[in-house]
Design a protein around this ligand. Structure first.
Ligand SMILES: O=C(O)CCC(=O)C(=O)O
Length: 271
């Protein structure tokens, strides 16, 4: 397969849903114009990352945000990994990534499975479970580019989940995420690197840009990591589109020369 150009839209998210949707559309159109075939939005791209906003911004599927992404995917002939939005189903709200194929069809949906309930002293406190419900499934979608694993933010800290995706055949794992100014500098790049090199996958992490007017300051630094654990490209904290190539021949060479996945002794890894 030829190299595939990926775009990560590190957008600045505001308190206005209409403005966020407009920005997402603008960046997706620009990325497609630059030749990207796989376009990724950040976590909660239509809504501030704050428990006070999730229910107000929540949408059932289909809704205005998902319809926009579906239309754009179809018109531009691209795969869109729709970051995440607060998804309403009955009286529950999920942190959900909707994934659209080139014909605008829904090819998958990931509901964040690990809720971010943490309290780091002198750092960050957040309790997603105050407003959100956890999903129950791992998500690996079939695309024209092969299988792609999708997880959301805190999900990426759980190596078992990403390993399962790789064992399921995913060569690319995409994680819309919004680390913060405590855990971002400490863990963001290291986690992306180790997940990529342990599983010999391309790992795409898409953050919002940092908005200092928001209650939650995203770390930014969206990143594309290759299967060797090298950074292909990374952003700073500002709004931008980050580009990079997926090279599946390179991935196959890494896996042939250093056959980690083949050398696993799964019979020993049981308690
Ligand atoms: O794991 C982290 O440090 C950040 C996670 C997070 O912000 C999230 O899950 O939304």
């Amino acid at each position: 397969m030829e190299k595939v150009k990926v775009a990560i839209c590190q957008m600045l998210i505001t308190e206005k849903k209409s403005k966020n949707l407009q920005k997402a559309e603008e960046l997706i159109r620009e990325a497609s114009g630059e030749g990207a075939k796989l376009i990724v939005l950040p976590e909660m791209f239509n809504c501030p990352y704050d428990n006070a906003y999730f229910s107000r911004f929540a949408e059932e599927y289909p809704g205005e945000s998902t319809q926009l992404l579906s239309q754009l995917a179809k018109e531009l002939g691209v795969i869109i990994i729709g970051g995440s939005i607060p998804e309403q189903e009955g009286d529950r709200i999920y942190n959900t990534c909707f994934i659209f194929g080139e014909a605008g069809e829904l090819i998958g949906r990931h509901r964040k499975v690990h809720l971010f309930d943490i309290d780091v002293k002198n750092g960050i406190r957040f309790k997603e479970s105050d407003t959100l419900t956890a999903g129950e499934e791992m998500t690996v979608v079939e695309t024209v580019l092969g299988k792609i694993g999708v997880a959301i933010c805190y999900d990426m800290r759980f190596p078992e989940l990403i390993r399962m995706m790789a064992l399921e055949g995913a060569q690319v794992v995409i994680v819309p995420a919004a680390f913060n100014m405590t855990t971002g500098p400490a863990h963001w790049e290291a986690t992306i690197k180790v997940r990529a090199l342990d599983n010999q996958i391309y790992f795409i992490a898409a953050s919002p840009a940092r908005n200092l007017e928001a209650s939650y300051h995203a770390y930014g630094h969206s990143m594309l990591m290759n299967p060797w654990g090298d950074v292909v490209n990374k952003a700073d904290e500002t709004e931008q589109i980050l580009y990079g190539d997926l090279d599946f021949d390179y991935l196959n060479r890494v896996r042939e020369q250093l056959p980690l996945l083949k050398h696993r002794r799964s019979e020993l890894y049981r308690l």
